[in-house]
Design a protein around this ligand. Structure first.
Ligand code: IDP
Ligand code: MG
Length: 145
């Protein structure tokens, strides 16, 4: 998910391009304003953290781009491409390392496990909004498509 700062800084193209160029597939995407209730569900694992209210305020402060991105080992790949939670620790070449400075404005969210991806996708998308498609160059991206 691109957080409101990414959308308002017009970083949609640059960030989504990275996933596409890597060979991953965007199979669902929508710009939406998340309400507090949905934000609290999405970040429920952090509900006891001191930054929880700020986090909910941040993610609800403007439009986000919610996405489903598919590809082999995509959770690990995407987390690496996103970089460390604190952008000051994120490697150059990662999205946070290239475009962000503060932890509370780190521009992008990525699911951290298959279970959280399933849970989060269900919070933001109906099945009918997710498109399964094959791309002709999969044979060049994967050894065994
Ligand atoms: P992640 O986004 O890299 O998975 P999490 O630990 O799951 O990091 O934290 C969720 C989000 O909460 C972070 O992306 C960041 O926006 C915010 N956050 C995490 N730790 C802090 C903090 O110490 N201060 C302020 N915001 C934080
Ligand atoms: Mg997380």
């Amino acid at each position: 998910m691109l957080k409101p700062d990414a959308v308002l800084r017009r970083l949609i193209g640059k960030t989504v391009s990275r996933f596409e160029e890597r060979g991953l597939k965007v199979t669902a995407a929508k710009i939406m304003i998340i309400n507090k209730n949905l934000a609290e569900k999405h970040y429920s694992e952090h509900s006891q953290k001191p930054f929880f209210r700020d986090l909910v305020d941040y993610i609800t402060s403007g439009p986000v781009l919610a996405m489903v991105i598919e590809g082999e080992e995509c959770i690990t790949l995407i987390r690496k491409m996103v970089g460390a939670t604190n952008p000051k620790d994120a490697e150059l070449g990662t999205i946070r390392g290239d475009y962000a400075i503060d932890t509370g404005r780190n521009i992008i969210h990525a699911s951290d496990s298959t279970e959280s991806a399933t849970r989060e996708i269900n919070l933001f998308f109906n099945d009918s909004e997710i498109y399964k498609f094959t791309i002709p160059d999969e044979e060049f991206i994967y050894e065994e498509p």
